[in-house]
Design a protein around this ligand. Structure first.
Ligand SMILES: O=C(O)CCC(=O)C(=O)O
Length: 292
């Protein structure tokens, strides 16, 4: 993985902002040349998911130095890429432009929200949106959010059926900006009343014990990738390797340990029960064949 990552780790201010708002804007995440190239590919492919298999240029985003350190700063090292998506929002046509229908406010992951018992939801995943068109003005299909709503189980929608809930805002950013958001954040695609076709790439990351949400066809890419990309693309030693990972399941952890130090890999649970026992599942008998 690119050593540049070390320079873009989540700062304490960024962590506090992300915890408070449920999103973090990362300016200048992509250089202009990359925005142009990816924009052309997105224009050719159109909307859809499982995007690594559609064009290998997208693969560089999975561990992109300006954004990926923010992701592992929030979720830790036992993570993988669990969803990838191209969203293309063309200008709404004449009749739709006039229609003031309510936007589709939601939290991510559908049944996860319903299946988990009432009370505070766990984070579980984040997405990074890469904005490839200029959405620095509103009304361009802007990604819209209710900052702080990741702490809520529901939001109140006004009775008129069209107005936005309290606190809703459009995220207005220039091309090449990335926005990382918590899956629990209530968000929605905006209305596109402009003449611009909005293009966004979304990269979802979750803990490795959550199943990918797109039909992954990446085994050919796993074979050709370095260790951390292999982890992110879903390589594992076995079913147990997702929640009781061995060292070879999580090379991201070794990388963080080497480049960022012990503190970076020691989460709250490790502080209680001891880093080694939680890291490689040694609390339980491990039925997987051992190399040692
Ligand atoms: O297209 C957008 O701005 C929002 C996308 C969205 O709703 C999602 O990623 O779940």
């Amino acid at each position: 993985m690119d050593k540049e990552c070390v320079k873009h780790c989540l700062t304490e201010d960024e962590r506090a902002a992300f915890e408070r708002d449920g999103l973090l804007v990362i300016n200048d995440a992509l250089p202009a040349s990359m925005v142009k190239d990816l924009g052309e590919i997105v224009g050719r492919l159109g909307p859809g998911d499982n995007i690594f298999a559609k064009d290998e240029s997208f693969l560089q985003l999975v561990d992109w130095p300006r954004t990926f350190p923010k992701v592992f700063g929030v979720l830790g090292w036992n993570i993988h890429s669990y969803y990838t998506q191209i969203v293309v929002s063309p200008p709404q046509d004449g009749s739709m432009r006039q229609t003031n229908c309510r936007r589709g406010w939601h939290q991510d992951s559908d049944r996860i929200n319903a299946d988990i018992e009432p009370g505070t939801q766990p984070r579980l995943s984040v997405k990074v949106g890469y904005f490839l068109t200029d959405v620095s003005e509103g009304g361009r299909g802007n990604f819209s959010v209710i900052p702080g709503s990741h702490r809520k189980r529901e939001i109140e929608l006004p009775d008129d059926g069209v107005s936005d809930p309290d606190g809703a805002m459009e995220v207005k950013v220039t091309p090449g900006t990335a926005v990382m958001f918590d899956r629990r954040l209530f968000h929605a695609p905006g209305h596109n009343r402009s003449n611009i076709t909005r293009k966004v790439l979304f990269m979802g990351y979750s803990h490795r014990w959550i199943h990918p949400r797109d039909e992954r066809t990446v085994s050919h890419l796993i074979e050709r990738s370095g260790p951390i990309r292999r982890q992110l693309l879903g390589a594992k030693t076995g079913a147990m390797g997702t929640s009781s990972p061995r060292e070879e399941d999580v090379p991201l952890r070794s990388w963080m340990l080497e480049h960022l130090g012990e503190e970076a890999v020691t989460d709250w649970y490790a502080r209680i029960v001891g880093a080694q026992s939680v890291t490689f599942g040694r609390n339980h008998s491990d039925p997987r064949p051992s190399d040692s």
